[in-house]
Ligand binder design. Structure first.
Ligand code: PMP
Length: 306
């Protein structure tokens, strides 16, 4: 493909520069959009691009639209085939990050339900260079947004004001990223990833009433860990368990699986990448490219059969 990559905007494939929204839209004025970030992975041996857990991302997009009372102007499920067409039209043959957003268009106030517009875009997004060595985190003084004020379990753009504040603070203070506690002082998650820790041979992650996004990678990691015979527990997690943990990692579609080697300057375990973390990271990377865990229905081929 030559020239500008294409973007799907309201069902049409248009050149990147033409996919624009109006400044008066509620999306622009109030941050009224919902979105998904997912990845597709290139399997060179099979000459195939696989979108990872597409159905689950479409389902969560529909859920986000429902919770924010977006009019069902389109069926989120229709975006799946449009995404696959887009990746083919752009001749994507390498790992990429995909963004699907639905947003309130028009010029209404923040209580309107439509019109709803959407776009789908993909771009190359390399793996974090900290994947091998791990990140140093700080517990943020910003509190993870509460379900009594905003819906943490879905992905709406405005939620990311909270993420931005926490990440900015952490970066400014010289850390790689933040971990947020929730309104009850329990561990929530990172600004863009869920958190897992190993203690006493158990893999522990905050439960879904801890003010966290209902993360798809979280679900993947739980399945991979259980499949490997690891005892996984979803429960409330105390702040001090972060310092007492033997191993830790954060996980998300964009972040993938990033080891956490220290929290607030306190080493996690020996201060390097833990062995369980490394094996789960390897399991994740082979699952996303289709080198393992084929039977789970997690992969959607882009070129297969075309
Ligand atoms: N928590 C937050 C706040 C996120 O933004 C993300 C990234 N979407 C995650 C967790 C991980 O979610 P997922 O695995 O569904 O990408």
């Amino acid at each position: 493909m030559s020239g500008q990559p294409l973007i799907v905007h309201n069902g049409e494939r248009v050149p990147y520069g033409q996919a624009t929204a109006h400044v008066m839209s509620p999306a622009m004025r109030y941050g009224l959009n919902v979105f998904e970030g997912l990845r597709a992975y290139w399997n060179a041996g099979e000459n195939e691009l696989y979108v990872f857990r597409l159905q689950e991302h479409l389902d969560r997009l529909a859920q986000s639209m429902k919770l924010l009372r977006f009019a069902p102007d389109f069926d989120a499920a229709a975006l799946g085939p449009q995404l696959l067409d887009l990746l083919r039209a752009n001749e994507v043959k390498e790992a990429c990050h995909i963004r699907m957003s639905a947003y309130l268009d028009g010029d209404g106030e923040h209580h309107v339900t439509g019109p709803v517009s959407y776009f789908i875009a993909s771009k190359v997004r390399p793996r974090s260079e900290k994947t091998a060595t791990g990140i140093r985190c700080a517990v943020s003084s910003w509190v993870r947004l509460s379900d009594t004020a905003m819906p943490p379990r879905i992905k709406c753009g405005a939620n990311y004001v909270n993420a931005r504040l926490a990440r900015f603070q952490a970066l400014h203070d010289g850390y790689d990223d933040a971990l947020l506690l929730n309104e009850h002082g329990k561990v929530g998650e990172g600004p863009g990833a869920c958190v897992f820790l190993m203690r006493h041979g158990q893999l522990i992650t905050p439960d879904i009433t801890s003010g966290i996004l209902e993360s798809i990678t979280r679900d993947t990691m739980i399945a991979l860990a259980r499949g490997a015979g690891i005892d996984v527990v979803e429960r409330k997690v105390d702040r001090t368990e972060l310092y007492a943990a033997d191993e830790m990692f954060v996980a998300g579609s964009a972040a993938e699986v990033l080891p956490v080697v220290s929290v607030d300057g306190v080493d996690v375990g020996a201060g390097d990448v833990g062995s369980v973390t490394k094996s789960l990271q390897d399991a994740y990377f082979s699952a996303v490219t289709g080198d393992s865990h084929r039977g789970k229905g997690w992969l959607t081929p882009v070129y297969g059969g075309t």
